[in-house]
Ligand binder design. Structure first.
Ligand SMILES: NC(=O)c1ccc[n+]([C@@H]2O[C@H](COP(=O)([O-])OP(=O)(O)OC[C@H]3O[C@@H](n4cnc5c(N)ncnc54)[C@H](OP(=O)(O)O)[C@@H]3O)[C@@H](O)[C@H]2O)c1
Length: 353
C-alpha cells in the first residue's frame, strides 16, 4: 500500500512538479492538495495554470484544492506533506503542520538555517536527520520539518562535499547563472530578462554563502556544528528556462592537481542508503571532460533531472581548484530533491504507512 501524501501550494511551478512526479511514484500517492484563497474550493484542473508541459495527472485533475490548514486527512504515520509554499506562507503554516503531527518536507527557504531543522541532500548529509528528535523536543512537536537547500546551493554543493572529504575544504567562491524558472511563475518579466543578465536575486547571495556551511557541517548527539569554511557568492539570473549553473573556486586543505580532483569525483560513491531510494539516479554525478560542458540545455536533464553534471575541473591560481556544475532547479533543486528526502526518511524509519 502506498504512503498517502499531501502537497501544500500545489498550483505553483514546484507544486506542479510534485504532482507530476508523485503521479508515477512507487511509494507515495497524493491524497490532498492545497492552494491559496484564489484556488481553494475549486477542482485542481480549473485552479491551476499548468505550465510545466505534459498533461495534468489524471489522479489529481479533479481533486478539490483545499485551504492550507493542518486538518488535511492524510493517513500516514506521520501524515506527510510536501510543501511548495512561498516563504511567508511557509513561515506561517509549516510550524503549525509540524505541531499538529505532520512531517513537512519543504522547498521553502524559511527554516533552512534553523539549527534543529535538517537541511538535507541524501548524497551529501543523510545523517543530519538525527536533528529531527532534537527539533521535536525543542518545539514539543509530534511532527517535524525537513528542508531542501536552495536550488542554486544544490548545484554547487556535491563537488564541494567530495573535495572536503578527499582533501579538506577551507573556502569557496560561488558565482551562479540561474534559470528563469527559479523565480516561479510568471517569474521575471520578459522585458527584463530577454537579451540580458540580471546580477541580483533577492537574498540569494546569502543563501549561497550560508547553506553550504550547514550542509557540510556535522551532527553529533543531535546537535549541529557548521563547517568552518569561508564563502563568497554572486548570483545572476540568465535567460535560460531551467537549470542553474554554478562556477566555483575552492581553497582546499592542500594543493591538488586537476587530475587528483577529477579522480576524487570519479571515485566518489554515494552513501550506501542512496541505492535503496527508488528515484535515486544510477549515476548521481556525471563528469564531462569536454571543455565546453556542462551546459543548461544539454545537461540539466541528466539522471531524470536528479544528477549533478560537473566539468571544467582545473587548478586555480588564486584558490586551489575550480569547476562548473549544474543541476535542474525545479527537479533536483526542488520537487525531485524533496521527494528523494522523503524516500530517505522512509528508509530511516521517520515516515511510514
Ligand atoms: N522555482 C524553483 O526553481 C524553486 C526551487 C527551490 C525552491 N523553491 C521554493 O519553492 C516554493 C514554491 O516556489 P514556486 O516556484 O513553485 O512558486 P510559484 O510558482 O510562485 O507558486 C507559489 C504557489 O503558492 C501558492 N500559495 C500562495 N499562498 C498560499 C497559501 N496560503 N496556501 C497554499 N498555497 C499558496 C500559490 O497558489 P495559488 O495558485 O493557489 O494562488 C502559488 O501557486 C517557494 O518557497 C520557492 O522559494 C522554488
Amino acid at each position: 500500500m502506498k504512503i498517502p501524501v499531501g502537497v501544500l501550494g500545489a498550483t505553483g511551478t514546484v507544486g506542479q512538479r510534485f504532482l507530476q512526479l508523485l503521479a508515477v511514484h512507487p511509494w507515495f500517492e497524493v491524497v490532498a492538495i492545497t492552494g491559496s484563497e484564489r484556488t481553494a474550493g475549486r477542482p485542481y484542473r480549473e485552479g491551476v495554470n499548468w505550465v510545466i508541459g505534459g498533461e495534468i495527472p489524471a489522479a489529481v485533475a479533479d481533486l478539490i484544492v483545499q485551504p492550507t490548514q493542518p486538518t488535511l486527512a492524510i493517513n500516514g504515520r506521520p501524515p506527510l506533506a510536501f510543501s511548495a509554499l512561498p516563504t511567508n506562507e511557509a513561515r506561517e503554516w509549516e510550524p503549525q503542520f509540524a505541531a499538529a503531527g505532520y512531517a513537512v518536507i519543504t522547498n521553502a527557504s524559511t527554516f533552512r538555517m534553523t539549527p534543529d531543522v535538517p537541511l538535507l541532500i541524501p548524497e551529501v548529509n543523510p545523517t543530519h536527520t538525527a536533528l529531527i528528535p532534537t527539533q521535536q523536543a525543542n518545539n514539543n512537536w509530534r511532527g517535524f520539518i525537513v528542508a531542501s537547500p536552495n536550488c542554486s546551493t544544490t548545484s554547487a554543493i556535491l563537488p564541494l562535499k567530495i573535495f572536503q572529504d578527499a582533501f579538506g575544504l577551507q573556502a569557496a567562491m560561488i558565482v551562479t547563472l540561474q534559470a528563469i524558472s527559479g523565480a516561479g511563475y510568471p517569474g521575471v518579466p520578459a522585458m527584463d530578462i530577454t537579451d540580458n543578465v540580471i546580477p541580483y536575486i533577492s537574498g540569494e547571495d546569502a543563501k549561497l554563502e550560508n547553506e553550504p556551511k550547514k550542509l557540510l557541517g556535522t551532527v553529533n548527539q543531535g546537535q549541529l556544528t557548521l563547517a568552518n569554511i569561508q564563502t563568497s557568492a554572486q548570483a545572476n539570473r540568465v535567460p535560460v528556462l531551467d537549470g542553474h549553473l554554478a562556477s566555483v573556486s575552492a581553497r582546499l586543505g592542500r594543493r591538488v592537481t586537476a587530475e587528483e580532483a577529477v579522480e576524487a569525483l570519479l571515485n566518489w560513491q554515494p552513501p550506501a542508503i542512496c541505492r535503496e531510494l527508488p528515484t535515486s539516479p544510477e549515476k548521481p554525478l556525471v563528469y564531462r571532460p569536454e571543455p565546453d560542458r556542462p551546459q543548461p540545455r544539454l545537461d540539466r536533464d541528466a539522471g531524470q533531472g536528479l544528477a549533478w553534471t560537473v566539468g571544467k575541473v582545473r587548478t586555480c591560481d588564486v584558490l586551489d581548484i575550480r569547476y562548473m556544475a549544474i543541476t535542474h532547479n525545479t527537479l533536483r533543486g526542488a520537487a525531485s530533491g524533496a521527494i528523494l528526502n522523503a524516500e530517505l526518511l522512509v528508509k530511516q524509519g521517520f515516515i511510514g504507512n
